[in-house]
Design a protein around this ligand. Structure first.
Ligand code: F6P
Length: 524
């Protein structure tokens, strides 16, 4: 179990350093004083180059943060995760999504027979899933693939299928239905025919209310439209094969409880990705992630990109007090990237209790939000440049375009660069409205091109960075108890909406429930 950062010796040293220098650091002066600042604070990790130099820290800050990582036992915690120890303590589970991207024939670090057996199971299941993906790709009669799933069973595959649209097989459309709002499924079904549709019901638990409701409605639609052969047109991606069979879905691809929902796109949950980009493309995706895993496992802390990012996150959240991070991918295909990262980071680290159960003395996950650039520039970047709050910006840019249109890429890249430059450099004016304070932080991640391999590496980088900040805070990044209460209350309220029973409800909920049931409705 990692040691909470606020209970280590470097913590008060960092606080003193923040008061003495950190709070007043001016990046423009820091660059003027240190010709090597860019070289020092940027690095090439597998498939991802990152520039961390336009951030509010210096070498001394980083050295203290590295001491903090050592004092918290981040390396030991990482090794425990990779070795398959049950570091998800509240659910007594191992956390082994890294095993899913371990290539065949690459020896495991350490000698853990149980992990070796798990790896053999992974490769066996992966083989069957990729074979099925190829079969679907070659099946010209299937024109539409509908993924029914929510949270980790939607966000990762949805983000990746969209990001890799240039690598997609022609002749297939992909749809993602997640919301229990029937509007979404109804709208998708309107354009489909049962004989040309494959439904993938994706749910780790196969109990999630939204997914079960949508799956039942899809099955009912299939039947009502005269669809035949459920085994051909429905497949379940789940650890709960029995529940899928009970629903009548017998084509199944399994995975294991040691794969967290928001880390599951590498498992059978990634089937839509494999159908979209093919077995080799999916293997490339896994290989990119594995390269980042190896970097995380072996690079010294000072040159370990996920570690440096996680340390910077803690520095910003706990010392600068920054409440959010804006995510702006400068590639239109990364349109679901911010939504994906929201679950990854906020469901992992949005907690205030340490692994041992004690209440933390410090704040944890920031709010993540954002939209692709350059669109964001014409919406919320005003606040980044001149707002009263300082909000760190994180850009992903891609050097090579994935389209042939002349003139666009230079403009796109120039804009990405201009934003980070403007945020830091600022612009002095006597007119307050036209004054840019500058010294505002940003990180730029650069991919050479957006491919299955580079996307895999980028996502693994983000996973490990969240692991690092979670370790420093001493929390369990792999459970999500905070989503449970709302689920229970929704079930109760669903019955009350039917019966009208408001006994025991608070005044507001009772009033709203009565209004929802009233014959006059809610208008006028
Ligand atoms: O929202 C909670 C959650 O459990 C997520 O962690 C998970 O990704 C999502 O629901 C979907 O769960 P399942 O894959 O079991 O349907």
């Amino acid at each position: 179990m990692p040691t909470r950062c606020d209970q280590t010796a470097p913590w008060p040293l960092l606080a003193a350093h923040f008061d003495a220098q950190g709070r007043s650091l001016d990046m423009r002066q820091a660059f003027a004083q240190d010709a090597q600042r860019f070289a020092h604070f940027s690095q090439q990790a597998p498939h991802v180059f990152a520039d961390l130099s336009k951030n509010l820290w210096g070498r001394e800050t980083e050295a203290l943060l590295l001491d903090l990582a050592r004092a918290c036992g981040v390396e030991q915690h990482r090794d425990a995760m990779l070795a398959g120890e049950a570091i998800n303590t509240t659910e007594n589970r191992a956390v082994l999504h890294t095993l899913l991207r371990r290539p065949i024939g690459v020896a495991l670090p350490g000698d853990v027979p149980e992990t070796a057996q798990r790896l053999a199971d992974v490769h066996h299941t992966q083989g069957a899933m990729l074979q099925y993906a190829e079969q679907v790709r070659n099946d010209a009669a299937i024109t539409d693939v509908v993924n029914i799933g929510i949270g980790g069973s939607d966000l990762g595959p949805h983000m990746a299928v969209r990001a890799l649209e240039e690598f997609r097989t022609p002749g297939k459309r992909f749809h993602f239905v997640s919301n229990v709002d029937g509007h979404e499924l109804h709208h998708v079904l309107k354009g489909l025919r049962p004989e040309s549709t494959l439904f993938l019901v994706a749910s780790k638990t196969f109990t999630t209310a939204e997914t079960m409701t949508n799956a039942r409605s899809a099955l009912a639609w299939f039947d009502a439209q005269g669809g035949r052969d459920v085994a051909r047109h429905f497949a379940a991606l789940t650890t709960n094969v029995e529940a899928a069979a009970a629903l009548g879905i017998t084509t199944t691809f399994g995975f294991w409880d040691w794969v967290g929902g928001r880390y599951s796109l590498w498992s059978a949950i990634g089937l839509p990705i494999a159908i979209a980009i093919g077995a080799q493309g999916f293997r490339d995706f896994l290989a990119g992630a594995h390269a980042m895993d190896e970097h995380f496992r072996t690079a010294p802390l000072a040159q370990n990109l996920p570690v440096r990012l996680g340390l910077l996150d803690v520095w910003y959240r706990n010392f600068h007090g920054f409440t959010s991070r804006c995510i702006a991918p400068y590639h239109a295909a990364l349109g679901r990237y911010s939504a994906y990262l929201q679950q990854l980071e906020m469901e992992s680290n949005g907690k205030r209790v340490a692994q041992g159960g004690s209440t933390l003395a410090c704040v944890t996950s920031p709010v993540l939000w954002g939209e692709p650039g350059t669109n964001g520039q014409h919406a919320f970047f005003q606040m980044l440049h001149q707002g009263a709050d300082v909000l760190p910006l994180e850009i992903v840019a891609v050097r090579q375009a994935s389209h042939p249109l002349p003139g666009h890429q230079q403009k796109l890249l120039a804009n990405a660069l201009a934003q980070t430059q403007a945020l830091m450099v600022g612009k002095t004016s006597d007119d307050g409205h036209r004054h840019f304070p500058g010294n505002r932080p940003s990180t730029l991640m650069l991919l050479d091109s957006l491919t299955p391999t580079s996307l895999g590496a980028l996502i693994a980088l983000q996973e490990h960075r969240v692991f690092v900040s979670g370790s420093l805070w001493g929390i369990n990044s792999f459970d999500q108890w905070g989503v449970e209460l709302g689920k229970v209350l929704a079930k109760d309220l669903e019955a009350r909406l039917e019966s009208g029973d408001v006994a025991g409800l608070d005044g507001s909920t009772a009033g709203l429930l009565a209004r929802l049931r009233s014959v006059e409705g809610c208008g006028g």
